[in-house]
Ligand binder design. Structure first.
Ligand SMILES: [Zn+2]
Length: 459
């Protein structure tokens, strides 16, 4: 039995009442929150006591979409100014050179960056397995860093010779994809509250996977009760591809291959119409909104306000590190708020008196990053600070230059410049303490990662 007491902080619970507790605290036992409230009302003794006066404490952020391996190919000159399809075709041959050690090292790097930005649970979508790489390599990295992972077994089976976008050298046979998916579920998937590893099946996108693999992946996932994830309606190019190849728009294609339900979440979902938003709402599909990537690749702006009004669960994702080009989830919260306001301004929201048409608030953006993300990946044990939930949270010291003159401790961390957090705790265990990573040597990781990245580019 181990206990941890956090006291005298400004606690943002993200519970159903959106309670915020100045002078509050958390009492944690064996990795779960036991009590939340005024610091004076909590037990005063614990194995470890941390006084966080002057800090704001929030539930750990949930990252709903990422490709960890792309930390190795950030800001590649030939892909800096490309749209999605050109960006992909430039990078596929470089990614084809990765080995298992590269997958491990890049996953450690992305997870360390995420931890420093307040993330405690990360979904990752790995869909290339060159030179003997396996999903196991990134799961091992997550276990070392100490973040929870929704490890998505991605796949590509539709190569160029069959009309797909990726070169044939990076696609796999459907038999081997399904066999490996089943092995991973059996070996790693933990459905219990407090799970550190959950497996997700995630064929990559309509333009890199056959309809048959989509259907068979859905069937396999439902046999085992694991979730499904894919890229959808990211760009207009994809819409054209789907209409030409399948005779459907992307959302209609998902319905045709049995990919709708509360066990499905889609990355991006930018290019959707009003009826398609209703399809997501009716079937309870979730959306991973990745504002930085959508801006970086000029993909468009997802209709987040419309999704929320329709009752669709929306979470945030940093997306792959080659289209962001970072893994800072708190920065994503900020960009989600700002880009929503760009869209709202363009459609006249800011001039409207309708309460449903007000600008996205900082607290709403934080909700997307916490409760929203938890709902999207199908977890009820994370996303808020309440009794019986996982003791996953981050803390930011407000006593820093960039926050001077801020008149709201919660909005400060969204309106203000994105900062690295001071504490990140997962299951009651410190991953970041006093601004430093506790579970990995940051300098050594940077050196190892840079060596791998250089080797990949040089071929
Ligand atoms: Zn992606």
């Amino acid at each position: 039995m181990t206990t941890l007491l956090i006291k005298n902080a400004y606690i943002v619970t993200m519970d159903d009442h959106q309670r915020e507790i100045p002078g509050g605290g958390l009492f944690i036992r064996d990795g779960f929150v036991e009590q939340v409230g005024q610091a004076a009302s909590l037990p005063q003794d614990a194995d470890e006591v941390l006084d966080l006066e002057g800090f704001v404490v929030l539930p750990g952020l949930v990252n709903t979409h990422h490709h960890f391996y792309q930390t190795l190919t950030r800001a590649v000159p030939a892909a800096q100014d490309a749209n999605l399809f050109n960006w992909l075709t430039t990078l596929y041959p470089i990614w084809a050179r990765m080995n298992p050690e590269d997958i491990f090292t890049s996953a450690q790097t992305a997870l360390a960056e995420l931890a420093l930005s307040g993330c405690t649970t990360a979904s990752d979508h790995l869909y290339l397995f060159p030179n003997g790489s396996r999903l196991d390599d990134e799961i091992a990295a997550a276990r070392e860093i100490g973040l929870r992972i929704q490890a998505s077994r991605g796949s590509m089976s539709l190569g160029q010779s069959q009309g797909g976008l990726p070169p044939d050298s990076v696609v796999d046979s459907e038999d081997s994809i399904l066999r490996d998916s089943q092995r991973l579920i059996q070996q790693y998937h933990d459905p219990r509250p407090g799970a550190f590893v959950q497996i997700v099946l995630a064929p990559c996108s309509p333009f890199s996977v056959t309809s048959d693999l989509m259907k068979q992946s859905a069937q396999l996932a439902r046999e085992y009760g694991v979730h499904l994830h894919t890229h959808l309606a990211e760009t207009e190019d994809e819409e054209q591809f789907c209409l030409q190849r399948f005779g459907h728009r992307p959302v209609g294609y998902m319905q045709a291959v049995d990919w709708v339900g509360d066990d499905v979440w889609f990355a991006h979902a930018v290019w959707v119409n009003t009826e398609e938003i209703q399809v997501f709402a009716e079937h309870k599909c979730g959306v991973a909104h990745c504002p930085t990537s959508n801006m970086r690749l000029a993909s468009g702006i997802a209709p987040v306000k419309e999704y929320r009004l329709a009752g669709v669960n929306v979470g945030l994702g940093v997306d792959g590190s080659a289209s962001n080009d970072g893994s800072h989830l708190l920065a994503e919260v900020r960009n989600a708020m700002l880009v929503a306001r760009v869209k709202e301004g363009l459609t006249g929201y800011s001039l409207s008196n309708d309460p449903n048409r007000r600008l996205m608030t900082a607290r709403e953006a934080l909700y997307l990053g916490t409760r929203g993300g938890a709902a999207v990946v199908g977890r009820t044990d994370i996303g808020s600070l309440e009794p019986r939930k996982c003791a996953d949270f981050f803390a930011v010291d407000l006593n820093r230059l960039g926050f001077t003159g801020m008149h709201d401790p919660v909005s400060a961390i969204v309106f203000g410049q994105p900062v690295n957090v001071d504490y990140t705790v997962v299951g009651g265990k410190f991953i970041v303490k006093e601004g430093q990573l506790c579970t990995v040597d940051e300098r050594k990781l940077i050196e190892k990662h840079n060596r791998a990245a250089k080797r990949l580019l040089e071929g």
